[in-house]
Design a protein around this ligand. Sequence first.
Ligand code: KG4
Ligand code: ZN
Length: 334
Amino acid sequence: EKDIVILGIETSCDETSAAVVRNGREVLSNVVSSQIESHKRFGGVVPEIASRHHVEQITYILEEALSNAAVTFQDIDAVAVTEGPGLVGALLIGVNAAKALAYAHDIPLVGVHHIAGHIYANHLVEELTFPLLTLVVSGGHTELVYMEGHGSFEVIGETRDDAVGEAYDKVARTLGLPYPGGPHIDRLAHEGEATIELPRAWLGPESYDFSFSGLKSAVINTLHNAKQRGEELLPENVAASFQESVIEVLVGKTMRAAEEKQVQRVLLAGGVAANKGLRRALKEACDKKGLSLTIPTLEYCTDNAAMIASAGTILYQSGRRSGDRLNGQPGLLL
Ligand code: KG4
Ligand code: ZN
């Protein structure tokens, strides 16, 4: 059979990325330009700045991805691009670059959902087998997604307020840690002990939904009250207590859903999948139940175009073609 080579493009938030992937699983190149340094002093991503960076970077990143993979447009079967969700101005840069290339080189265009991309980061590690359940944890999303086959996504639970990465970043900010705070909390949590009592947002015994804003407020209130009493709480203990609450709920709900849906395979996806405590806790829980767990390697946990190319390959093979009407869709549903 002929190889399928896909060029992937991702610009939904603050990473400009292009990648070339063969047969959905073999990464020939994956170039990521992060803008974190430009957003840091604002404590979060500034949409206007993000768009400008994407415009400045995209052509260089594309050239580098093709040259690192040692391919030309003659080798590319299709261009896959994140069409949403994300920041509209940021999405438009990637979508328009993809449309221009597809038109100029007369190759098909495939729009990809950003979360489908995060899920397919696992396909780069291991051939996916179905049915499976994915816990998606990123800066913008917290979802439990059930899949019966390639390209079929059923969201069985999602956050009602903050995404888990967002909660990490806000708690980190309260502790005076730099943006993005997730990795800092993760590191601190391993140096401290979960001595502070914090709530667990189960939202009832049946629910697969999540909520993290109450926990975030509880952390902020606890810090505030301690300060008023003249007490000094150790940041590492705050981090450990917060992380324990997050992980207990994430892992608890994932395992219950895996049982109800009778899956043998669980995937972890999204930026927060880089969290050491979460990776370990989910591994232990899956081992106990005899379920196989796949987690992307660290470079494919956060935003990248290889995951978009991988998901794009599956869509391309199933006949998906996005016409020249393709547009950035900030609120696109999975
Ligand atoms: O998937 P991603 O790169 O972007 C979105 O699509 O949102 O996720 C970024 C999020 C940020 O909130 C960041 O703080 C968080 O992932 N993150 C972590 C860790 N590494 C990144 N959160 C907790 N622990 C980590 N080790
Ligand atoms: Zn993402």
